[in-house]
Ligand binder design. Structure first.
Ligand code: MRU
Length: 347
């Protein structure tokens, strides 16, 4: 079978973290990066669901793709497909790409698809994501003035997608075309997707980047170092409100204050027209221990409390541009999203 990962990687894009092996799914273990490049082999849908919950694989498009392959594994071994779909769907709540991919696989099952047909569908989901990212990269980079500095948050690159990335795809394309001269990445406390994953991915792909503490972002903007904040999304509501990694909202507020432009980059599979506004998005709360410890070592006094929401919602009026593979929306709102995605969107 042809794999997305067997396509020739373009410049500055070498990582493929989700790899179908014919009878199992191989995932680059993102909990262990940057120092260990270890792989986890998932041989059934439960193992895929666990890998998604435990952040072996993370990033909205990547968890949708992995879940689609989880359905294929269930079909190959004759497992109860309803149970597998339910288990995968419950793995994480916020990124709608997960539900979108499972709904698409469900549609194929209902149409009588066998394991081989389901594998073709999962591969199509993966290939379409890579193509969407390349298209968004070109469109987003074209909006950026030559010589600009950009700040990104979390990891939205090849690790988080089928390849190339969403926000990081724009940065890849912008760096290749010299519209982007400086890249800053916020460390993304508490799980450190920016520090551990984005810095590793950019370094590996030959794109110089500078790490900042999340709390240095306003100071960086005030210093005039960045002209754009570029982020991905986990779910975009029908009015343009956007759920993304915790800390995104405060970046949008700071960007508005400093006259820095704010760009959201996400495939149409992240747009959820069935969710009217950001208030209706389920924000995942994770184990407070992720905040109370670092690398397995407790860093906060015993018995201290911690609150660990891992996403927040940026209101649409703080977003200057939304880039999807269907096109660019300036000042996204309910009217503009309905015009591009219809009343029910792709879900
Ligand atoms: O908790 P994570 O690491 O899965 O969160 C990922 C993000 O918030 C990303 O910014 C988002 O999924 C976009 S990935 C292309």
């Amino acid at each position: 079978m042809e794999h997305a990962e067997s396509l020739p990687p373009s410049d500055h894009d070498t990582v493929r973290a989700v790899q179908w092996q014919g009878d199992h799914l191989r995932l680059l273990d993102q909990r262990r990066l940057p120092f260990d490049e270890a792989w986890v082999d998932c041989r059934d849908a439960n193992a895929v669901a666990e890998a998604i919950s435990d952040l072996v694989v993370r990033g909205a498009p990547a968890i949708g793709i992995a879940a689609a392959w989880g359905v294929v594994l269930a079909a190959q071994s004759g497992d109860d497909l309803d149970a597998a779909l339910a288990r995968l769907r419950a793995a994480r709540p916020t990124a709608v790409n997960l539900m979108w991919a499972l709904d698409r696989m469900r549609g194929c099952i209902d149409a009588g698809a066998d394991a081989a047909a389901l594998a073709r569908e999962a591969q199509a989901i993966q290939d379409e994501d890579l193509a969407a990212n390349r298209a968004m990269g070109a469109m987003g980079a074209a909006l950026i003035q030559p010589g600009s500095g950009v700040l990104t948050h979390c990891n939205t690159g090849s690790l988080a997608t089928a390849g190339f990335g969403t926000a990081l795809g724009v940065i890849r394309a912008g760096y290749a075309s010299a519209s982007i001269a400086r890249v800053f990445a916020g460390e993304t406390r508490p799980w450190l997707q920016g520090a551990r994953l984005t810095m590793w991915e950019l370094q590996r792909d030959g794109i110089p980047a500078t790490l900042i503490a999340d709390s240095a972002a306003s100071h960086l903007m005030k210093a005039g170092e960045v002209q754009w904040v570029i982020v991905g999304a986990d779910r975009i509501a029908a009015n343009g409100d956007t759920a993304n990694k915790i800390g995104t909202y405060q970046l949008a507020i700071a960007a508005k204050h400093h006259g820095v432009k704010f760009m959201v980059v996400a495939p149409s599979t992240t747009v959820d027209m069935a969710t009217p506004s950001g208030d209706d998005i389920h924000i995942e709360l994770r184990d407070p221990l992720e905040l109370l410890s670092h690398a397995g070592q407790r860093t906060v006094a015993e018995n201290a409390l911690a609150w660990n929401p891992v996403f927040d919602v940026t209101p649409h009026d703080l977003i200057d541009v939304l880039v999807t593979e269907r096109g660019v929306i300036t000042s996204p709102d309910a009217t503009a999203l309905r015009a591009m995605f219809g009343a029910s969107g792709s879900h």
